[in-house]
Design a protein around this ligand. Structure first.
Ligand code: ADP
Length: 192
C-alpha cells in the first residue's frame, strides 16, 4: 500500500500535484480542506463551526479532522493507497494518523514536502482567490495568518516524519511537470 503525505504551506501546490498522482497511481485523495469545504457546502453543524475558523486563517480542532479522516479510511477499505493532502497539520494529528493506520495493519510510506518561499505563496494564493472564490484566499491578512499557523503548528510535523526516516524535501517552484517528476522519484524511493 502506498500512503503518501504531501506536505507544504498553503499554496505550495499540493492540490495540483495530488490530482496528477491519484491518476498515475490510482490512489484515494484525502484533503481535509476539501472535506471541510464539503461540510460547509452542505451546511452541517461541523461545517458551520469550521467555517468561522477557516475564514479567520486558523486551524480546525484536531479531533474534528481526525474524525473525518478516520471515516474516510473506513469507507475506502479496498483502496490501493492514499494521498494525504493538508493532513496531518499538527504533531497530534500525525500521531493519531499513525495509530489509525496501525489499527488497519498499514502505515505511512513517507512524506514529500514542497518548498516554496513566503512571497511566492502569497502571490499564488491571491491569484487563486480570484478564481476559487475561497474567502480565505481573498484577504492578504488571512493569507499571512495561515502561513503563520503553518510555521507555528504544521512545520514541526516534518520533524515527526524525519525522526522515522520518512521525509523528503523537494523544490516547489518550477513547472508543474518538473515538480511532478521530482515527486515520482521520491515515491519510487519509498516503494523500494
Ligand atoms: P491550503 O493548504 O491551501 O491553505 P486547505 O484547503 O488545505 O488549504 O485548508 C483550508 C483551511 O481548512 C485551513 O486554513 C484550516 O482552517 C482548515 N484545515 C484544513 N485541513 C486541516 C487540518 N488537518 N487541521 C486543521 N485545520 C485544517
Amino acid at each position: 500500500m502506498l500512503n503518501l503525505v504531501l506536505f507544504g504551506p498553503p499554496g505550495a501546490g499540493k492540490g495540483t500535484q495530488s490530482k496528477k498522482l491519484i491518476e498515475k497511481y490510482d490512489l484515494i485523495h484525502l484533503s481535509t480542506g476539501d472535506l471541510l469545504r464539503g461540510e460547509i457546502a452542505q451546511g452541517t453543524d461541523l461545517g458551520l463551526e469550521a467555517k468561522k475558523l477557516m475564514d479567520d486563517g486558523k486551524l480546525v480542532p484536531d479531533a474534528v479532522v481526525i474524525g473525518m479522516i478516520s471515516n474516510k479510511l473506513d469507507a475506502n477499505k479496498e483502496a490501493k493507497g492514499f494521498i494525504f493532502d493538508g493532513f496531518p497539520r499538527t504533531v497530534a494529528q500525525a500521531e493519531a494518523l499513525d495509530q489509525l493506520l496501525e489499527s488497519k495493519q498499514s502505515a505511512i510510506s513517507g512524506m514529500t514536502a514542497l518548498e516554496v518561499n513566503d512571497d511566492e505563496l502569497e502571490r499564488r494564493l491571491l491569484e487563486r482567490g480570484k478564481e476559487s472564490g475561497r474567502p480565505d484566499d481573498a484577504n492578504p491578512e488571512v493569507i499571512r495568518k495561515r502561513i503563520k499557523e503553518y510555521n507555528d503548528k504544521t512545520a514541526p510535523v516534518a520533524g515527526f516524519y524525519q525522526n522515522q526516516n520518512k521525509f523528503k524535501n523537494i523544490n516547489g517552484v518550477g513547472s508543474v511537470e518538473d515538480i511532478f517528476g521530482a515527486i515520482i522519484d521520491v515515491i519510487e524511493e519509498y516503494s523500494k
